[in-house]
Design a protein around this ligand. Structure first.
Ligand code: S2G
Ligand code: ZN
Length: 415
């Protein structure tokens, strides 16, 4: 009948990718939720698309593995949706992109063809790697129904430290030190500004600032390794190095320490409490009013300039907060207002995306395009690249029935 459809997993997306615009039929993946197999030797799990991320991670942890991604929406999002949006999350620094972790998938095409590309081979160099087209396609080229995912061993030793810093430059220097001194056990480097932390401690019951004084910036560092003693020693050496006043020769002004204060979680409860200060920002923003969300990739040293520039531009009209994945050059710039304001929204867009373009950044680092970012695709992709995407779309979905009006600039309505 050529009815347009919207594939829907956990519906946790932040750019309206799983929400219909007109009369599209929603295809819910929730009942395709079986975990099919785990190859414990190769570390490859095969499952259906509708498995909730947290459930799959728990299944894997019981068997001494973990999922190579973790994100705040884990309790609701589906792994099929994670694949369709090429989700990033807080383990990206350690385990990289789903383009690397997903070894194979099954997808149903617009004409009903079931594409079996469900390989469980680490290496398979036979022709085009077709599965890659579906990862990040947001349901516009086919509906992902099964996945084969390379899963890492569950780390035996995890440590989390939370630091207060007096400048964004010191956050950057701390990142550089962490990379060189923690190297192979480093699994996350996240940052948040003071406004973000204040929203969390204000809106989330039980969330409290673990440091005695307040600082303009905070960095959360996580290590994940296989030898608790070795990692603990490495982390304590690192803590000492960043909290000792420098001679001035290196990365901090003379006589100043990189980190002004810090705390190291002593147990799993404290680790979760520190992670909550970072992962709870999104929820706190929702409780604070209406929020305009921006998920941008930038040169890491420029990220916070964007927050300060936007705060200057909006003045008292809005609260601008900055947080994100410092280790991936991924800034979450969020603008909080008491109620929707076309004036504020008009001051932000397209101004922000023009600046992202000028810095050769990405208008969507990990959240995807959905329906909200479509008109800004040209700020991050060349006309030639968009043309190739349109030709691929026409090849896979000539009648435009798969998640229409998403990802690519609008064509005519589905035919
Ligand atoms: C994050 C997801 C939550 C949000 O916290 O890393 O990708 O709304 C975000 O920004
Ligand atoms: Zn994020």
């Amino acid at each position: 009948r050529r009815l347009a459809v919207v594939p829907q997993g956990g519906n946790t997306g932040l750019v309206g990718g799983s929400v219909p615009l007109f009369d599209e039929v929603i295809v819910s993946m929730s009942r395709m939720n079986s975990i099919i197999s785990l190859d414990p030797l190769a570390g490859i799990v095969t499952c259906e698309a509708g498995v909730v991320l947290e459930r799959l991670n728990e299944y894997l942890e019981e068997r001494d593995f973990v999922m190579p991604l973790d994100l705040g929406a884990k309790g609701s999002c589906h792994v099929g949706g994670n694949a369709a949006t090429n989700a990033g999350g807080i383990r990206f620094l350690r385990y990289g992109s789903l383009h690397g972790s997903i070894l194979g998938l099954e997808a149903v095409l617009a004409d009903g063809t079931v594409l079996d590309s469900l390989s469980s081979l680490r290496k398979d160099n036979t022709g085009y790697d077709v599965k890659q087209l579906f990862i990040g396609s947001e349901g516009t080229l086919g509906i992902i129904t099964k996945l084969a995912i390379l899963v890492p061993r569950k780390p035996k030793a995890v440590h989390v430290a939370f630091f207060g810093l007096s400048s964004y430059e010191k956050c950057l220097a701390t990142l550089v030190r962490a990379r060189s001194e923690l190297s192979e056990v480093l699994s996350a480097v996240e940052f948040l500004d003071r406004s973000s932390l204040e929203l969390v401690t204000r809106h989330l019951p039980g969330a409290r600032d673990p440091l005695a004084a307040s600082y303009p910036f905070y960095v959360l560092i996580e290590t994940s390794g296989s030898d608790a003693e070795h990692d603990n020693e490495k982390l304590n050496r690192f803590l000492e190095s960043v909290m000792t006043p420098s001679s001035g020769a290196g990365d901090a002004p003379g006589g100043e320490a990189l980190v002004q204060d810090g705390t190291l979680a002593q147990d799993r409860t404290q680790m979760k409490a520190l992670w909550k200060l970072r992962e709870g920002i999104a929820e706190a923003l929702m409780k604070n009013g209406v929020v305009y969300k921006y998920d941008i990739s930038l040169p890491t040293d420029k990220m916070y300039d964007f927050v300060e520039d936007m705060q200057r531009r909006l003045g008292q009209r809005a609260l601008v907060v900055g947080y994100g994945h410092l280790g991936d050059g991924n800034l979450h710039l969020n603008v909080s207002v008491p109620q929707h304001s076309t004036e504020v929204h008009g001051l932000i867009e397209p101004y922000l995306f023009e600046r992202v373009h000028a810095h050769k950044g990405s208008v969507s680092a990990e959240h995807g395009m959905g329906q909200c970012k479509v008109k800004y695709l040209h700020f991050s992709k060349s006309p030639e690249a968009i043309g190739v995407m349109q030709r691929i779309k026409n090849l896979f979905d000539p009648h435009g029935i798969l998640n229409p009006y998403k990802v690519l600039p609008a064509r005519s309505a589905p035919t």
